[in-house]
Design a protein around this ligand. Sequence first.
Ligand code: GTP
Ligand code: MG
Length: 299
Amino acid sequence: MTENSDNQIKNVIERMDRPANILFVGATGAGKSSTINALFNSEKAKVGYGADPETKNIQKYELGKNVTLWDSPGLGDSKDNDEEYSRNIESLLRKKDTNGNALIDLVVVIADNSSRDLGTVYSVIRNVIVPNLTDTDKDRIVVALNKTDNLANIQYWDQNENRPKPELIPKIEAKEESVRDRISKDTRINPKVISYAAGYSDENFSAQPWHLIRLLSEIIATVPPVKRITVMNNVNQNASVWQNDENYDSYKDEVKDSLADSIVELADMVGDAVPVLKPVTAGVKVATRVVEKLFSFFF
Ligand SMILES: Nc1nc2c(ncn2[C@@H]2O[C@H](COP(=O)(O)OP(=O)(O)OP(=O)(O)O)[C@@H](O)[C@H]2O)c(=O)[nH]1
Ligand SMILES: [Mg+2]
């Protein structure tokens, strides 16, 4: 590996640092804010609200120089508020960036997995989100079912290991499937549906997240490839939030592959700039090595 080709790869990666915008939507108390805080380096965020009247209720976290997270107010409390907040979400979804593409790169819909009635969630997906995504962006939704620790009676959750007991696993899978089926019947789109727990802490107890890396892996895979590195630059660097997952190693590999692929893809878009990434198999190998180095806190 010559220093020259390393520099060329760095150059490609710099070109990938493009503004990324992620919108979080969900019912009141589903865990939007907790999820943002678990996933991202949000302590250092500049926190404010949308600048125009149409988005003034949507809280805005600006991370690093290029990631903006939009935390919309909870739905389902009152009809009047829901109407107003839904209009805010619609306006944000219709906003364009300077290239004329949708400003919002990804919508994360957060639902409470312990709730039997996900009517609010289905209705916001069907009536507010999907109609305001352009055809090419219809797959930019991830549905995240939070508080899986409360999905069933607490006896099914292993408190010490902070993960489901084996009896709970089929229930978790069945719930994901029913949510997926319902959304696809309603809208004909098939978003990824992921059960997880953002974790929490109160005076008596604190729980780390569970399956947060599965959610991250899906977020990274679903944002436009040129923005994956930008998003990854801003994730929580506290390694312990990612580790509680039975398939930790394989999700780590998925994240790594998504990032490496995006580097190779962008190098291809910018032409012959990086010969070392050209032969596909060798290129992916080099890109993977760079990704491991860049995000050593994670891999
Ligand atoms: N048991 C459990 N509680 C959680 C989890 N995630 C969040 N909570 C708790 O759920 C409550 C609501 O979480 P928030 O993150 O404030 O939810 P929100 O969606 O931002 O709420 P609003 O902004 O008011 O709509 C808090 O008390 C959290 O500690 C989880 O994975 N498990
Ligand atoms: Mg909140």
